[in-house]
Design a protein around this ligand. Structure first.
Ligand code: HEC
Length: 246
């Protein structure tokens, strides 16, 4: 009898605490997912303005941090269904409410830091692409927030050594590269490793990527790197985030 009561008390406790614990972990994963999508939405906003940025006949492009931030918010809303202008009422985890604005600030800072480059007249390719935006923004965000974030890829595709994958990232890239892995829908991979929650968002090459990452393999692209010979839908890399599991 006592044993039975004790057991039911334990069950009640598990029933009460279990979801709270699960929820706490889910919150961290969800925060990582949103941060990764936000970085990629910023890459998309830069990509959408690449013809403008690369216009050699134009000086001032009007692609200011504020203009960029508005487009970033639109792209993020479309993909994550979260309104950056109203995070409190959005139902996203508290951790995300704190970190998403910090990533927006880092992204705007990157666009601000590159204004001279962007507004240069007389040159088309200026070395400011979604990848440059992503690498610089992730590094600014990490320095300020102490949250690890980077763009990464497998060694065969690696251009910037700063983006080299660690063991966890290489393993997840293998999974992302499997033919059955969904190419659409921002399906993340995540795992708790030691005291960290690791979250990765795969980046698949679209048509717009192939001018640099497509064929013919080995030919030099406009950015001065050797093309990888990739095809549309191939895995290009991932955004990787690491948050304390708490
Ligand atoms: C104008 C040429 C160009 C285009 C277009 C382009 N990239 Fe890249 N990509 C680069 C360059 C240059 C780097 C290295 C950037 C750096 O130094 O951080 C890079 C780096 C990357 C990285 C980081 C890993 C690494 O190798 O350093 C990923 C992932 C990536 N690109 C994926 C893509 C995807 C996906 C697209 C299309 C949505 C795309 N790229 C479009 C030139 C390009």
């Amino acid at each position: 009898m006592i044993r039975k009561r004790f057991l039911s008390a334990v069950f009640v406790l598990i029933a009460l605490v279990g979801p709270v614990l699960a929820f706490a972990g889910d919150d961290v994963v969800e925060t990582g997912r949103l941060l990764a999508i936000l970085l990629d939405a910023g890459r998309g906003a830069v990509a959408a303005n690449q013809p403008l940025i690369n216009d050699a006949n134009k000086g001032d492009k009007g692609f200011t941090p504020d203009v960029f931030a508005k487009q970033l918010a639109e792209k993020f809303k479309a993909r994550a269904n979260v309104d950056l202008g109203n995070l409190k009422g959005s139902g996203v985890p508290e951790l995300a409410q704190k970190l998403l604005p910090e990533l927006v600030e880092a992204a705007k800072q990157t666009v601000a830091n590159n204004q001279d480059t962007i507004n240069k007249a007389g040159v088309a390719y200026k070395g400011f692409t979604p990848a440059h935006f992503g690498t610089q923004t992730a590094s600014l965000f990490s320095a300020k927030s102490k949250i690890y974030m980077k763009q990464t890829t497998t060694d065969e595709l690696l251009r910037n050594p700063k983006n080299k994958a660690d063991a966890f990232e290489s393993g997840m890239m293998k999974k992302f590269g499997e033919s059955g892995y969904p190419r659409q829908g921002d399906k993340i991979g995540s795992e708790t490793v030691g005291g960290d929650v690791r979250v990765m968002l795969p980046l698949f090459y679209g048509k717009g990527c192939l001018g640099c990452h497509g064929g013919p393999k080995g030919e030099t692209d406009v950015s001065g790197y050797k093309k990888e010979g990739a095809k549309e839908g191939d895995l290009g890399g991932a955004v990787s985030v690491k948050l304390p599991a708490k």
